[in-house]
Design a protein around this ligand. Structure first.
Ligand code: PEP
Ligand code: MG
Length: 900
């Protein structure tokens, strides 16, 4: 380790050693302070310990790098010089704040210590300097509380029960005094009260933590610095990093800065502000402040903060800063405008007013929701601050979700503790009464009730109830489980794999963490985050088509993207909806969902039990008119655009999950004995149905099924073509692993096409295949001989490449993610180095045989931004995803094109 390495960057007197762009080294806050200082904006002098100190500290078993102490000493001397005060000096003491600052903001996740440097020696000097004894003791009691909590307890790793930490105990002492004196607010405490309180605090700290509160300023400073570095690996920060995907290796910087005080009296104050509204994106200065307060008071919610200006104040009786301190407000407005244009992005500001003088303590790119992100990006282009390319890169694709689904009121959510957490399978929010069966869901919904279907897992038999429900919550299953796929397709809120649910179907109750909820009880789901709440939480609704900013951004996205975006849809309604979201065709129409209507399921069951091919054909052909109608509807809804229709895929047993009574009824209906029926059902039983008799294997065993489906597709296409409707059906054969499987099915489909063309008239069509087992990737060159297109079924390809069952991954995935064995759920975000290699191989080999082979993806990954970028890189022609993810894929595809 070189002693010369620079670990500490000074900002003082209008000069900064660091720059605003050095976020990686200085953290967001440190970079902002350096930049503001260089811009001659009033910033209290200070210095930043770099993020490299943090990484080296952890690398070296929590020891600081050599040379750091000296560099801090020097920087401190420069700060003392700039501020005309000295740290630890009895006559003119300087006080410091110590704050964290990672590269991207992690609000509230790490620690801060204020008022460092107050000791029994410096207190008299501070009193003389401020002529305000009360203020000094107030600052001192805050320091003791913060320091004891953050440095002596949390950073020292002292384990305490919830709500029994030192902070709570000290707060109880404060309350005791307030109660005894009949005070309502903290500001009622007099200097004498605070002096007494400080003594009580010190004694309590000694008693509870077994160590005295340090009376040496340097000990306080290094204690504070150490605590901030420790907090990088604190529980909150670690979970936040995991949720936000922030790498552990980044580390946090530490900012040591001269204190300025918002609590010296009525001409002082402190606040937080945004250069634009972070909830709506509106270009108005927005913020809150409190007079005679320190920063923590604004965020802690003890006192109600006041609005920053008259516009924001509306009808509120509270005074605004614009009215209360017009000169300061004017200065603040000027600074915020300058920062907004300088950074060309919405800024999150912190400021303090000390005896009428304004100081800026922070500027950083502000957190915003999806609605605001879009509006700000688009308006900044119109204001000529940023080019379109930057605007497109500024909005995270998943933020579009918020515009497409109703969502929980984030304010209400903040104050409610979730009951349980599962996988966020279908985004958005939903409120409903618990029901435990699909039939109940349907019946209750028919009776006008709002329900949430709570199941261990769902099956295609449940679709009616799933459709009727506001949302679906399952205890088992992963992100590509049945419930997840179906819900996402409908844009329905859905949480799966919520392991904390102990469902007692018979007694119609679910036990969560010791709490029993019964049928009819209200719950609220946040499907975007996977959180389950008891009771009702307010929902905010959405209508993206009315949002002009969204429409503009999407138009720009479409102009730059190279990837096509199609949708996975099984009904004309879904197809039409997806078109409004910008889908350019259907990439996957799963035909099995069409078989669950009462007449259809009967026909398919009849086919399943048929003993001869002739009987089977007769039964299958009963489905022809239904299927023809389905395909006519879908092809019409997608007129002018391609529609990929997949032949039957799931194992047949899914169509005959019957209870005793149902079996009896069906046997009677089909004119066979119950025994015969149950024997046949037993024959269908497979140990690994997802690897069993499904996909093209069905069409090979039962060619009449493929024939019927091809006929239905082509008759629909031929009739529509005759009427002048432009239709482009693409017949897709699933789960092909050998070229001969595809050749077999292709022959059937082609024969039907010829017959239909002869009978009704000519139409356009293509035949292709899904690539969803590893072998298909390896022999893709041979498969391409019989395929005009490939569509990667990455759900099955992930399942077969890893050997992970897509339905059972829930039992071990959480452990895998915790142990970092896998970075993400591979069913959600494509495993690029493994499954992705197979995809790349399939593309390369396929195009070797057929240069213009059209290639897409229709697994769930088609709507995942990272996977979309991968698809762009390996040269796919399109991605296909559920309707509600179409806009996300469009934006992700644009970003992929721009990143190149
Ligand atoms: C796939 O396997 O990726 C796919 C789209 O098909 P399914 O999910 O219906 O098996
Ligand atoms: Mg599949």
């Amino acid at each position: 380790m070189s002693k010369k390495k620079k670990y500490v960057y000074l900002f003082a007197n209008g000069k900064a050693e660091g720059k605003g762009t050095w976020k990686e080294l200085l953290g967001g806050k440190g970079a902002g302070l350096a930049e503001m200082t260089s811009l001659k904006i009033p910033v209290p002098a200070g210095f930043t310990l770099t993020t490299e100190v943090c990484t080296e500290y952890y690398k070296n078993r929590q020891n600081y790098p050599a040379g750091l102490k000296d560099q801090v000493k020097k920087a401190l001397a420069a700060v003392e010089n700039a501020m005309g005060a000295k740290f630890g000096d009895p006559a003119k003491p300087l006080l410091l704040s110590v704050r964290s600052g990672a590269r991207t903001s992690m609000p509230g996740m790490m620690e801060t210590v204020l008022n460092i440097g107050l000791t029994t020696k410096t207190i008299p000097g501070m009193i003389a300097r401020s002529s305000n004894e009360r203020f000094v003791y107030d600052a001192y009691r805050r320091l003791i509380m913060m320091y004891a909590d953050v440095v002596m307890e949390k950073a020292a790793g002292v384990e305490v029960e919830e709500d029994h930490g030192i902070r709570h105990q000290l707060e109880a002492e404060l309350d005791k005094i307030k109660k005894a004196k009949g005070y309502k607010v903290d500001t009622d405490l007099t200097a004498r009260d605070l002096k007494k309180l400080v003594d009580i605090f010190k004694k309590k700290v000694q008693k509870v933590l077994g160590r005295p509160f340090p009376d040496d300023p340097m000990a306080q400073l290094w204690g504070g610095i150490g605590a901030v570095f420790q907090s990088w690996n604190g529980k909150r920060a670690v979970s936040y990093r995991r949720i936000e995907g922030i790498p552990e290796a980044w580390g946090t910087a530490v900012n040591v800065q001269s204190m300025v005080f918002g609590n010296t009296g009525s001409r002082s104050g402190t606040g937080v502000a945004f250069t634009r509204n972070p909830a709506t994106g509106e270009h108005v200065f927005f913020g809150e402040y409190l007079m005679n307060a320190q920063g923590e008071d604004v965020v802690a919610g003890i006192r109600t903060p006041q609005p920053i200006n008259k516009k924001q104040k509306g009808n509120s009786p509270l005074q605004s800063l614009e009215e209360e301190a017009p000169e300061v407000y004017k200065a603040l407005v000027k600074i915020q405008k300058r920062l907004d244009t300088h950074y060309k992005d919405m800024q999150d500001l912190e400021f303090t007013i000390e005896d009428g003088k304004l100081w800026m303590l922070q500027t950083r790119s502000g957190k915003r929701n999806g609605t605001a992100a879009i509006r700000i990006a688009v308006e900044m282009v119109k204001e000529k601050l940023i080019p379109r390319k930057t605007a497109l890169m500024r909005v995270a694709p998943h933020q579009l979700d918020e515009l497409l689904h109703p969502m929980l009121d984030p304010e209400a959510e903040k104050t409610t503790k979730p009951l349980a957490k599962g996988l966020p399978a279908g985004p958005g929010g939903a409120i409903g009464q618990i029901v435990f069966t699909a039939d109940d869901a349907e019946a209750w919904a028919k009776a006008g009730k709002q329900v949430i279907l709570v199941r261990n897992e769902t099956s295609p038999e449940d679709v009616h109830g799933m459709h009727a429900a506001e949302a679906i919550l399952t205890a088992k299953g992963g992100m590509t489980s049945h419930a997840a796929l179906v819900a996402r397709g409908w844009g329905k809120c859905c949480i799966v794999g919520c392991g904390a649910l102990d469902i007692h179907l018979k007694s119609r109750k679910v036990v969560v963490d010791g709490l029993t909820l019964r049928e009819g009880d209200w719950i609220t789901l946040n499907g975007t985050r996977g959180l389950v709440y008891r009771g009702k939480i307010n929902l905010l609704s959405s209508d993206p088509e009315k949002n002009l900013y969204y429409k503009t951004l999407m138009k720009w996205a479409d102009q730059v993207r190279k990837l096509g975006v199609r949708t996975n849809a099984d009904t004309p309604e879904d197809a039409a909806l997806a078109r409004t979201f910008g889908a350019e065709g259907i990439g996957l129409c799963r035909t099995e969902h069409m078989f669950f209507g009462p007449e259809r399921i009967r026909a398919i069951r009849e086919m399943i039990v048929a003993e001869t091919q002739e009987k089977r054909r007769k039964a299958v052909m009963k489905l022809l008119p239904y299927q023809r109608k389905d395909f006519t509807g879908i092809l019409k809804a997608m007129a002018g655009l391609p529609v990929t229709i997949r032949t039957l895929d799931p194992p047949l047993h899914e169509f005959v999950t019957l209870d005793k009574a149902q079996a009896k009824e069906l046997a009677k209906d089909l004119g066979i004995s119950v025994n015969k029926l149950t024997t046949r059902i037993a024959q269908l039983h497979e140990l690994n149905p997802m690897l069993g008799h499904r996909g093209c294997r069905l069409g090979i065993t039962y060619p009449e099924v493929t024939e019927m489906q091809a006929r239905a597709i082509f008759e629909a296409a031929a009739n529509l073509t005759k009427k002048g409707v432009k239709v482009y059906p693409e017949v897709m054969i699933p789960l092909v692993g050998s070229p001969s499987e595809l050749a077999h099915q292709r022959a059937i489909v082609e024969k039907v096409a010829e017959e239909v063309a002869r009978k009704i008239g000519k139409f356009r069509y293509q035949i292709g295949t899904m690539i969803e087992v590893p072998r298909a990737c390896v022999v893709a060159d041979k498969i391409a001989e019989s395929a005009e297109f490939f569509s990667f079924g990455t759900n099955d390809l992930t399942q077969t490449a890893f050997g992970f069952s897509r339905d059972d991954i829930g039992s071990f995935l959480p452990g895998y993610l915790d142990e970092k064995i896998l970075p993400d759920d591979p069913f959600q975000s494509l495993d690029q180095e493994g499954v992705g290699e197979l995809v790349a191989m399939g593309v390369r080999k396929g195009r070797k045989t057929r240069k213009n082979l059209k290639i897409g993806i229709c697994g769930e990954h088609g709507g995942d931004p990272q996977s979309v970028e991968f698809c762009h890189r390996v040269g796919l022609n399109y991605v296909s995803c559920s309707p509600f993810r179409v806009p996300i894929a469009r934006l992700a595809a644009a970003q992929a094109a721009l990143r190149k």
